[in-house]
Design a binder for this molecule. Sequence first.
Ligand code: APR
Length: 233
Amino acid sequence: MQKPESIVVLTGAGISAESGIETFRSEDGLWANHPVEEVATPEGFARNPQLVYQFYNQRREQLLSKEINPNAAHSALAKFEHDFDGSFLLVTQNIDNLHERAGSQNVLHMHGELLKMRCLNSRMVFDIRESFDFDSHCQCCRSPGNLRPHVVWFGEMPFHMNQINIALEACDVFVAIGTSGNVYPASGFYQIAKLRKAHTVEFNLEQTGSTFDTHIYGKATETVPQYFKSLLD
Ligand code: APR
């Protein structure tokens, strides 16, 4: 395969698994222990906001603990972005900041970010590293009851879709790392890239049933550094 000129990478929870953050759909994953409709839908938030604040406060606290650090797969992507002379776009479904902590400069968080919150009134977005809840005051309205996690819930529109679709249609290599391909629109990205001539590569522990051109099985910390190093050689 000749040297690629334009690469789009999509990551999912599997790239952060070896950093100690549980994925969503494994046996003891996040959705096994927290009903999605209660903690990851607008209806769940309207029904019981405290439960939702608590769910994200717990995940934020875990993310900021010293045990959770970027792994070799995150670092390999950051190094590639720095060394590659073509166009490179990293899109993540993850709401953790491990790509940024590994040195990735230009990360599109299509499902939002755990370390950001949004005011329902002003729609302003603020960085947040502590817990917050219904009684927290936003800096814009200076009143309680307006803040929610800046995270995309089921039934809501992911962020950056326009920019992502443009990149998908222009890329010659599309790579998906550590995603089960269960959630649309991310699960359909490789098909858009494929329609436009791109070579598609899937990194996972196991088969996902997606029809990528190439499947590379194994742990992301082993398979991802090897592959991206070979692209630079
Ligand atoms: N290396 C490579 N792949 C891995 C590893 C690993 N070390 N560990 C797990 N995986 C794979 C699993 O085999 C699985 O296919 O990562 C995938 C994780 O799948 P999910 O738990 O479904 O996570 P994801 O695909 O990111 O979910 C997408 O769904 O619930 C929503 O908004 C949430 O962003 C999330 C979206």
